[in-house]
Write a protein that binds this ligand. Structure first.
Ligand code: CTP
Ligand code: CA
Length: 214
């Protein structure tokens, strides 16, 4: 394996990546989203492609340019992302859930543009689907990798997510790198082995994540 070229290490393998944010709508033109840039997913997809994989990128809203040779499925809402991930999941060898999915969605969605009336407007939110947890419950031979965005680098929160969602690895990243070109991560497996990758370009981090997982 050591002697294989970078371009062959994932030859014949199917890699599924999700990236970007999601949008949950209040009415036809208004939504709640987050500031995820899509860069981590983009770099994971690019590195997997460079290693010879067949790559599908389930692509939530973001500004990243599209990469030639990658199969894109553009989605907007958590439900669309869920369906797109499920459609490709069974056939995949490695699944990287790097999208920042909305935890909540408006309880009611208005069919028409909401008019302003009172001085205050109360929004009620309900939990939205946990895509990764659902994939974890359906996992057979896939290697499933989640991402945990934690404020203070909390390893125990990441470890809880790894076991609750039936993951093979969880990549812990500090929220301070959200949107940045760089990241610093800890890659944690089920035995609690931790590979720490110091602050580096997201391309370097992505390569290290993939190498650790394969
Ligand atoms: N995730 C998901 N669907 C959701 C929320 C999260 O698939 N509705 C995935 C993310 O893509 C990520 C992992 O779950 O790979 C962890 O996301 P994170 O937001 O760190 O954790 P949560 O489980 O949502 O918990 P919390 O936000 O309360 O920390
Ligand atoms: Ca969350």
């Amino acid at each position: 394996e050591l002697y294989l070229h970078a371009g062959e290490r994932l030859k014949g393998k199917k890699v599924l990546v999700s990236s970007g944010t999601t949008r949950v709508y209040l009415d036809p033109i208004r939504y709640i989203a987050n500031t995820s840039s899509g860069k981590m997913g983009y770099e994971l997809a690019r590195q997997a492609k460079l290693m010879g994989a067949d790559v599908t990128l389930v692509n939530g809203p973001n500004q990243m340019p599209k990469i030639y040779g990658i199969n894109y499925v553009d989605v907007e809402t958590p439900e669309q992302m869920h369906q797109a991930m499920l459609a490709a999941f069974a056939d995949s060898d490695y699944v990287f859930m790097s999208a920042a999915v909305s935890d909540y969605k408006p309880k009611e969605v208005s069919d028409i543009k909401i008019k302003k009336s009172d001085d205050e407007l109360q929004l009620e939110l309900a939990r939205s689907i946990d895509i990764l947890k659902d994939l974890g419950s359906k996992k057979t031979t896939q290697k499933l990798i989640g991402f945990a965005a934690e404020d203070n680098n909390h390893e125990e929160h990441a470890q809880n997510k790894l076991s609750k969602k039936n993951l093979d690895y969880i990549v812990l990243n500090d929220l301070s790198n959200f949107g940045s070109d760089e990241n610093a991560v800890k890659i944690i497996d089920q035995q609690n082995n931790i590979v720490e990758v110091k602050q580096a370009a997201k391309a370097v981090i992505a390569k290290k994540i993939i190498e650790t997982v394969i």
